[in-house]
Design a protein around this ligand. Structure first.
Ligand SMILES: [Zn+2]
Length: 131
């Protein structure tokens, strides 16, 4: 069960939806601009594709900025899915609750502040956590 009230969840859901729309637009624009439309269709596939395939493809294209945005987009969509299935607001690492104050700043956060800090210390420059 999520420790958040329904009001809090609704607030965060709106934020996630807004961010998702923003990121999708950003990704689409950037693909169109940098590849002259050649890879624009990629943007439409990002949602369904696996982490590795999309990441690999984008590294090939040397679109690291885009890679960052796509990772955030995926995290946002993951959070939205968790909102539906009930795991939202819980740390994927320790299972503790993520405070609303943290979620308000970063609604797609998947780890509590303690685990995130620890993770960043031990995984600097590493690969994306797979959740
Ligand atoms: Zn934690």
């Amino acid at each position: 069960m999520s420790p958040l009230s329904s009001d809090q969840t609704n607030t965060l859901r709106v934020q996630l939806q807004r961010r998702q729309a923003e990121l999708r637009q950003l990704v689409q624009d950037e693909l169109r601009r940098s590849q002259g439309g050649r890879y624009a269709e990629l943007a439409g596939q990002v949602h369904d594709a696996g982490d590795a395939s999309v990441a690999d493809l984008l590294v090939d294209l040397d679109l690291r900025q885009l890679d960052t945005e796509i990772k955030e987009l995926r995290a946002v969509e993951h959070a939205m899915q968790e909102m539906r299935t009930g795991g939202y607001g819980l740390c994927t690492h320790c299972g503790g609750e993520i405070l609303f104050e943290r979620l308000r700043v970063m609604p797609h956060a998947q780890m509590c502040i303690n685990c995130q800090a620890h993770h960043e210390k031990t995984h600097v420059g590493g690969t994306t956590p797979s959740m």
